[in-house]
Design a protein around this ligand. Structure first.
Ligand code: HMG
Length: 384
């Protein structure tokens, strides 16, 4: 049975900062941020937004009453509660049936991939049902830190089912886990701690080891793929991994992979790191901005600090354009407002506590944190 992504949706907050303005405010040469790191804009979530509201926005773009969803998994490292899963709020906000399993998965930026793999097993056992897997995160390092330029926010929602219309999983996958201290966020902290350059090195090492393992396991070479998609914490990162192949493969093949990589990072450049959604935003970006061929075989590199890596192959389905909500996704990116660095710094300092309530007239989105009462977060969908 063919199983894979039947629909895919995307959300990023409606406010962003310009990366050149950020560089100037931090007394950094703008080329370092736009070329050295490779970012143009960075999404800034509002006080009423978090991993719950963004997950709801992305899922709302793709689900319908007839989907027969039996499983809801949210991959996130920006959870709002140590106990209650983000996915449980969604059952309410999205009017999902109660006969679903709903829970949350955490392993840094690998969470959504872990969710997809579980969803694949679920559909294999329950072919008449679908699974909703959502990646939703806010990447925060702090004002004037080396990681600040790599922040971002947003969510990607994927509906997994049999006979998928967008991407078929090929069940060719290799994975590995190592206990590595490249990046972490203790429960007391709203911002991540990163050994930045070390994390880059581990990312590339994971890719190289997994690629070797993949080739040995499945007796395939780079010529079996037209495209390689990467987790994109910032747009230069995947290219560092891709470049490890440069001297080992035909120059035309490397040019082809590089060209497709450029199409895959166009959207990530505009929003920043989505953490666990970044790889899947690269997929969306490639489907919309690249020129994928019917039945094109692609390789996806998922990396979550800490660290877990997985390299797996999938095949783009001939009718992918019909099921891709390209116009809605493009609108999410075009319908945004630039804010100043000062405004961003003020928003960054906000930290809603018990007793907080949102002024509904400030809400620009469909889903929002309504209030925090008895330390319980209560959400609402906008009434029209
Ligand atoms: P940094 O120390 O500010 O920057 O940290 P740098 O000095 O390494 O410079 C960056 C690049 O800009 C270099 O190029 C410079 O040469 C270049 P590279 O050597 O990398 O090719 N540069 C310039 N280019 C043009 N004009 C100039 C100029 N000046 C310098 N004038 C770092 C950068 C990414 C480390 C930092 O932002 C950081 O710590 N970010 C957070 C960690 C991160 O994103 N790690 C990525 C790998 S780990 C991962 O992907 C997992 C993650 O998503 C978390 C999860 O799994 O949950 C992060």
């Amino acid at each position: 049975m063919d199983i894979g992504i039947d629909k895919i949706g995307f959300y990023t907050p409606k406010k962003y900062i310009d990366i050149v303005e950020l560089a100037k405010a931090r007394n950094v040469d703008p080329d370092k941020f736009t070329i050295g790191i490779g970012q143009s804009k960075q999404s800034v979530p509002m006080e009423y937004q978090d991993s719950v509201t963004m997950a709801a926005e992305a899922a709302n773009q793709i689900i319908s009453k007839d989907d027969n969803i039996g499983l809801v998994i949210v991959g996130t490292e920006s959870s709002v509660d140590e106990s209650k899963a983000v996915a449980t709020f969604l059952v309410d906000l999205l009017n999902l049936p109660e006969d679903v399993r709903a829970f949350e998965i955490k392993e840094a930026c690998y969470g959504a991939t872990a969710g997809l793999k579980m969803a694949e097993g679920f559909v294999a056992l329950n072919p008449d049902k679908k699974a909703l897997v959502i990646a939703s995160d806010i990447a925060r390092y702090g004002i004037n830190t080396p990681g600040e330029v790599t922040q971002g926010a947003g969510a990607v929602a994927m509906l997994i089912g049999k006979d998928p219309k967008i991407l078929k999983f090929n069940h060719e996958e290799v994975y590995m886990t190592k206990n590595v201290g490249d990046f972490w966020r203790p429960t007391f902290s709203k911002t991540a701690f990163a050994r930045g350059k070390f994390s880059n090195q581990v990312y590339v090492e994971f890719f190289s080891e997994l690629w070797q393992k993949y080739q040995n396991t499945f007796d395939q070479t780079v010529d079996d793929f037209q495209t390689m998609l990467f987790h994109v914490p910032y747009t230069k990162m995947g290219m560092k991994a891709l470049k490890t192949l440069k001297d080992k493969i035909d120059p035309d093949k490397f040019d082809e992979l590089s060209k497709h990589y450029q199409a895959s990072i166009e959207m990530g450049r505009e929003v920043g790191n989505l953490y666990t959604g970044s790889l899947y935003l690269a997929l969306i970006s490639y489907l919309i901005n690249g020129d994928p061929k019917d039945n094109e075989k692609i390789l996806l590199f998922s990396y979550g600090s800490g660290a877990v890596g997985e390299l797996y192959s999938a095949t783009i389905q001939p009718e992918f354009k019909k099921n891709l909500v390209s116009e809605e996704i493009k609108e999410v990116l075009s319908n945004r407002e630039k804010i100043s660095i000062k405004e961003y710094e003020n928003i960054f300092a906000e930290d809603p506590q018990n007793g907080y309530s949102t002024n509904v007239s400030d809400v620009l989105d469909e889903f929002y944190l309504r209030e925090i009462k008895e330390s319980e977060r209560l959400y609402k969908k906008m009434e029209h």
